[in-house]
Design a protein around this ligand. Structure first.
Ligand SMILES: Nc1ncnc2c1ncn2[C@@H]1O[C@H](COP(=O)(O)OP(=O)(O)OP(=O)(O)O)[C@@H](O)[C@H]1O
Ligand SMILES: [Mg+2]
Length: 344
């Protein structure tokens, strides 16, 4: 069975105004998403996550590469706003304010995508009431303006607006980052429930690794516009094999000397700017394993287990690091605690 979304070798370069330089925001990213599945795209700020999402949605044109949704090429003028794909791929933003117009009542905002699809008034009203109920939005909220709602209710409405067309794929760009832990936990529950009921696939773009752990089937780790590791969520959290993934995960695990493996890789310095990237591995300047080959040659993905790919010449050394704790179990506990803060 072919994937619902197939992204191949996606490249996005932004020319830097007034110079001959380019920002290499996305550098040959490939991944697939199947129906009903969640793929999370994680990485530091500036790694290119949002740019990937915007290319898929056709909000910006990719420089090169292929984006195939349900067998149809997307992007480059054939974006999801084209008729055949309308409503099938939707977006949820980090700031609910971005998907909610402050001058429009929530009920009308929810109905808007349906109006765009030509659904008649009576059917729109009916569907809005159904979705509000489904989302746990009190009926009064439909007559309110965004500013009158809490951030959690606003994000619920933002999700409602995205799912009202029963999309097959929802791109969630930092959907929980602006929320407090209680609201975050509620939104995570809602996303899981909607997926179970409607079989919606998600591309989840986030820094928030505790949310990633709860909702993802697979995770792709992005660094300076390249996927450095992709794996089933459990495999990645239990045994990250790219030095960058190890560093990223250890930054969210509680400091504990027993976690020798995760503390063995500390990422030095800041993420460099993706301008004039060096020829070799993009992490070479920050990686404790880097050698001459890493600086000269760009590693390609190697399959280390089913569905688990690592782009690193030294993944065997990472694998050989002492592992005294089951990081995944640990991480699960930590994130459960984080998510339940305030919820009881
Ligand atoms: N329109 C643009 N013009 C020039 N450079 C851009 C543009 N949009 C993004 N960039 C650059 O591309 C790189 C990737 O940006 P992007 O917003 O995709 O990162 P991100 O992973 O979503 O980061 P964050 O976690 O902060 O949201 C960054 O270096 C950013 O400065
Ligand atoms: Mg972003």
């Amino acid at each position: 069975m072919s994937a619902m979304l197939d992204v191949q070798n996606l490249v996005k370069l932004f020319p830097l105004a007034g110079t001959r330089k380019v920002v290499q925001a996305v550098n040959g990213v490939s991944f697939t998403i199947n129906r009903g599945e969640t793929l999370s795209l994680v990485g530091e700020s500036g790694s290119g996550k949002t740019t990937v999402g915007r290319c898929i949605l056709g909000l910006i044109d990719a420089t090169s590469g292929d984006i195939i949704f349900d067998g149809q090429p997307m992007g480059r003028g054939r974006d999801i706003r084209s008729k055949a794909l309308r409503g099938r791929v939707q977006l949820v933003f980090q700031e609910p304010a971005e998907s909610l117009d402050p001058r429009i009542r929530i009920g009308a905002t929810l109905a808007e995508p349906l109006r765009f699809l030509g659904v008649n008034r009576a059917d729109r009203d009916k569907r809005v009431r159904e979705v509000a109920e489904h989302l746990g939005l009190p009926a009064r909220v439909l007559d309110q303006y965004p500013a009158e709602l809490s951030a959690g209710l606003q994000q619920r409405a933002g999700i409602g607006r995205a799912v009202i067309t029963r999309p097959e794929l929802v791109i969630l760009d930092e959907p929980t980052s602006a929320l407090d832990p209680t609201a975050r936990a509620e939104i995570v529950d809602l996303l899981i429930r909607l997926q179970a009921e409607f079989g919606t696939a998600y591309l989840l773009i986030t820094h928030d690794l505790s949310t990633v752990r709860f909702v993802s089937h697979r995770v792709a780790v992005l660094y300076l516009g390249s996927i450095v590791e992709e794996a089933p969520a459990e495999a990645l959290f239990a045994r990250p094999l790219h030095p960058y993934s190890v560093g990223l995960l250890s930054s969210v695990l509680l400091p504990d000397p027993a976690l020798t493996r995760t503390s063995a890789v500390r990422l030095e310095g800041e993420i460099p700017s993706p301008i004039d990237l060096p020829p070799g591995c993009a992490l070479a300047g920050r990686c404790p394993f880097a050698d001459a080959r890493c600086r000269a040659e760009r590693p390609v993905p190697v399959a280390v287990a089913p569905q688990h790919f690592v782009s690193c010449f030294h993944h065997d050394k990472v694998a050989a690091l002492d592992d005294t704790t089951d990081n995944f179990a640990r991480f699960q506990e930590d994130s459960a605690r984080l998510l339940s803060v305030g919820a009881g």
